[in-house]
Design a protein around this ligand. Sequence first.
Ligand code: KMH
Ligand code: ZN
Length: 311
Amino acid sequence: MQDHDNVIVTAALTGAIHVPTMSPYLPVTPDELIEQGIEAAEAGASIVHIHVRDPETGEPSSDTDLFREVASGIQAETNAIVQPTTGGSAAMSVKERIAVVPELEPELASCNMGSMNFGFYPIQQAYDEYDHDWEQEYLEASRDFIFANTFKDIEGVLDVFENHGTKPELECYDVGHLHTAKHLFDRGLLESPLRIQFVMGIHGGIAAEPEHLTHMYETAEKLFGDDYSFSVVGAGRKEFPLATQSVSMGGHVRVGLEDNLYLGRGELAKSNAALVEKVVDLTKSVTGRAIATPEETREFLDLKGADEVNF
Ligand code: KMH
Ligand code: ZN
């Protein structure tokens, strides 16, 4: 693993797993996303991962005008690295998902390393009524959903990344995805230093268990040696236990309402910043490691710089 003492914190603001009924604090409109992105950056996030939603209904969207509005609004007030998703949502094609990269030419964007089942339908058991018509159908549809990222899809996506100077953050939901990354690295489609996000706890991917994180880490060490660094996101209530394990192992962390709505048992997080503050405190008190600034993060991940983006 690349050696870097300071911890890179990512705030993932809204995502496509949760629906507005689940939390009044989930950001939906561009203004809400910008406000929460700025607060999260001020709390210590050097990377802000963004999805966008239809401002009226809260439905996940691939509208590049919305991405531009949110990215430029966060960039105007912070030095954080704005990282758009190319994972999008269940309802989008790969073409729709990747469109944000040529439009915004970001420094960093997510890049998903394999096709998989991606089921968030079990969450609907906790809700009887929904604020919007689309929500329950959307959750239920994930029972029959394949998150498509074939080898051909990934090759096409990486081509777009390369053409626009955008670094891919490799979203790995299971051990096999690390081997896919290795295959692409050996073919010269990915370059060192690799930035890998271990995404744990998605139904269809590896479970959010400590021994699985150890296995992901040991596998990455074997495959990539000093050519990579890792960050961990645990979906749901394992977010903080896995974050603590990751920073103890020398890794980095992602938190945010995209993957976890709760600050503690039964206590909704009132903002993304609240989740960032908690992980910053945990990191400092458990490990003594400092939190990386955006400039340190840019240098460490070898990003092109905020002056090279198109927003
Ligand atoms: N919400 C994560 C489980 C992406 O945006 O490309 C998936 C994710 C993927 O963040
Ligand atoms: Zn995402």
